[in-house]
Design a binder for this molecule. Structure first.
Ligand code: FES
Ligand code: FES
Length: 260
C-alpha cells in the first residue's frame, strides 16, 4: 500500500497518510470534515454518498480512499464553485443552478439524500444538458429519497438544466397564491434550512463530533427467529478501545420483544 494519498478536493490539494481499508467517504467526512457527503446505507445501495471522481459519479462509501490518489474530487461543498459565469457581486453566496432549483422547487425535505441527488444530477447534465423526464428518472434510479420527493426532484433538475442551457435564472414553480390574503399562509415559501441542505452545511446527528466522543454499534444475532440462550461478551470487552458492552441486562424495566 502506498503510504500517502494525494488528491484534490473541491480545488484544494491534500496529502494524507493512507489508512488500511479507509473509504473515500470516511476520508472526506472524518479527516477533511466535509460532512455534506452523507452515509445512508454504507453499502452502495442508496446513493446518498455520491461524489464526483474525475467527473464521474461514484458511491464514496465503497470507493477505497487509496484509489482516489491523484484524482480530482468534487463534493456538494464544492459544487457552487462550478457555477457557469458566476456573478462577482455574489461571490461566496451564489448557488449552482441545481442547488437553487432544489430549494425553489421544494425538493429539499429532510435533506439527507439531497447531496447525492444533486451530485448525480450534475453528472447527468454534464453528459446530457437537455434530458427528458424519463432520462432524469433513469439517472436517479439508484439515488433514493426516503421522503419520496421525486416529482419535485425531477422538476428541479429540469429547471436547472434549462437555466444552464439558456443562461436565464432558474424558473420558479407556478403555484398560485391562495385567494385568501394572509401575511404568510396561502403563499409559497422556500424552506428556512433549504440552502444549508443543498450546500452541505446542514448538520445531522451523524455529523456531530465532541472531544472524547465514544461510538456505539448495535450487534445483532445473525440468526432470524433464534432464541438467545447465552451470551459471552468477555472477548468483546477485552478488545482495545472498547469502553463498554451493553446487553439487555443493562436495560432497566421489563424486557419485551423489540430492538434495543
Ligand atoms: S451510503 Fe453509499 S450508497 Fe448508501
Ligand atoms: S429529502 Fe429526505 S430522504 Fe430525500
Amino acid at each position: 500500500m502506498n503510504n500517502q494519498i494525494s488528491l484534490i478536493v473541491n480545488g484544494v490539494q491534500h496529502t494524507l497518510e493512507a489508512k488500511p481499508n479507509e473509504t473515500l467517504s470516511d476520508l472526506l467526512r472524518y479527516r477533511l470534515r466535509l460532512t455534506g457527503t452523507k452515509i445512508g446505507c454504507d453499502e452502495a445501495e442508496c446513493g446518498a454518498c455520491t461524489v464526483l471522481v474525475d467527473g464521474e459519479p461514484v458511491v464514496s462509501c465503497i470507493y477505497p480512499a487509496e484509489r482516489a490518489d491523484g484524482k480530482n474530487i468534487i463534493t456538494i461543498e464544492g459544487l457552487a464553485d462550478l457555477t457557469p459565469n458566476p456573478s462577482p457581486e455574489r461571490r461566496g453566496e451564489q448557488l449552482h443552478p441545481l442547488q437553487e432549483a432544489f430549494v425553489e422547487h421544494g425538493a429539499v425535505q429532510c435533506g439527507f439524500c439531497i447531496p447525492g441527488q444533486i451530485m448525480t444530477a450534475y453528472a447527468l447534465l454534464e453528459r446530457n444538458p437537455n434530458p427528458t423526464k424519463d432520462e432524469v428518472r433513469f439517472a436517479l434510479k439508484d439515488t433514493l429519497c426516503r421522503c419520496a420527493g421525486y416529482p419535485a426532484i425531477e422538476n428541479s433538475i429540469l429547471a436547472a438544466a434549462e437555466s444552464l442551457r439558456t443562461g436565464e435564472p432558474v424558473k420558479k414553480p407556478h403555484i398560485p397564491d391562495s385567494i385568501h390574503v394572509h401575511k404568510s399562509v396561502g403563499h409559497t415559501h422556500t424552506r428556512h434550512d433549504g440552502v444549508d441542505k443543498v450546500i452541505g452545511t446542514a448538520i445531522y446527528t451523524d455529523d456531530l463530533v465532541f472531544d472524547d466522543m465514544l461510538y456505539a454499534k448495535a450487534k445483532r444475532a445473525m440468526i432470524p427467529h433464534g432464541f438467545l440462550t447465552k451470551l459471552d461478551i468477555s472477548k468483546a470487552k477485552a478488545l482495545p478501545g472498547v469502553v463498554a458492552v451493553l446487553t439487555a441486562e443493562d436495560i432497566p424495566a421489563e424486557h419485551n420483544h423489540g430492538l434495543v
